[in-house]
Design a protein around this ligand. Structure first.
Ligand code: SAM
Ligand code: CA
Length: 263
């Protein structure tokens, strides 16, 4: 398990982070920022560009067009001890643009957490579109579910609370191979290769698989033998480089996201 994937314990710095949160917010507000950064706390999503860097602030100030209910969910998630697991809002917006660009109807999210990106994708899908949202932790998802309803997109989100591998196998068994347009892989890092292989079967030609945290806070540079998450991500990165079934781009956004386009 990497730092993004908590089991039961809450690290010490979370308590400190909680105290800093109010200050960080206030600082952003006082500086008149449109997107007050929650910098310097373990609640912030990981980011390749320093979370408190002025250039990150500039990017957000000049590109973020966040739906008000997404913003509400982001702020609600920031209050969660594991709020840092949430996808960064600019990356979510980028993925929503991709979903729109390819006119996606069916998408998969592996690892929902409080449901920020599930909501983000549901908002841009057509009314008959569907997000198959996979998670094992209903308590996390319960936080965002009321906001899916408030945004009027609850009917587009098909939540499956069970190990994602099982859901993907069920989709394959029910004849849904090659029917999905987009997948976002963002759950337990040790299973990334299996998620990728199953998603590749579920996605249509021309569809996109987005794989999150491919830089794993820089740990992929020299993955320790006992860091199974770093090992797993690094192996998939190496495999993707040579995978003739897809064309790829590794984007230094958030904690690194690889886009694999099925050929
Ligand atoms: N994509 C989310 C977002 O937009 O904010 C963040 C996902 S968070 C990084 C990872 C999630 O994966 C957690 O909610 C965790 O419960 C879930 N998870 C962990 N192991 C899983 C598994 N075997 N199957 C499905 N979900 C799993
Ligand atoms: Ca992630």
């Amino acid at each position: 398990l990497g730092p993004e994937m908590p089991l039961f314990s809450v690290p010490k710095e979370v308590a400190v982070g909680t105290a800093m949160l109010g200050v960080a917010f206030a600082t952003g507000m006082l500086a008149g920022k449109r997107y007050p950064l929650i910098f310097g706390t373990p609640k912030s999503p990981r980011s390749i560009i320093g979370k408190s860097s002025p250039i990150r602030q500039y990017i957000l100030d000049h590109s973020l067009r966040e739906h008000p209910i997404l913003k509400k969910l982001r702020l609600l998630t920031a209050d969660h001890p594991w709020g840092r697991m949430m996808v960064s809002c600019d990356q979510a917006q980028f993925m929503a643009n991709l979903v729109k660009l390819i006119k996606a109807k069916k998408v998969i999210e592996i690892g929902v957490f409080t449901g920020y990106n599930a909501l983000n994708m549901a908002l841009v899908l057509p009314d008959n579109g569907r997000v198959v949202a996979c998670d094992i932790n209903e308590d996390y998802v319960k936080i965002g579910k009321p906001l899916w309803k408030e945004a009027g997109v609850e009917h587009k989100i098909d939540l499956r609370i069970k190990p994602a591998i099982q859901t993907l196998d069920e989709l394959l068994a029910s004849g849904e191979a090659e029917t999905f347009d987009f997948a976002f892989i963002d759950a337990d890092k040790e299973s990334y290769n299996e998620y990728y292989e199953k998603c590749l079967r579920l996605i249509k030609k021309g569809g996109i698989i987005a794989i999150d945290n491919v830089l794993w806070n820089g740990k992929v540079l020299n993955p320790r033998k006992d860091d199974l998450a770093a090992q797993s991500i690094h192996h998939l990165n190496e495999k993707l480089l040579r995978d003739a079934r897809v064309s790829i781009s590794m984007i230094p956004m958030g904690d690194g996201v690889t886009l694999a386009f099925k050929l």
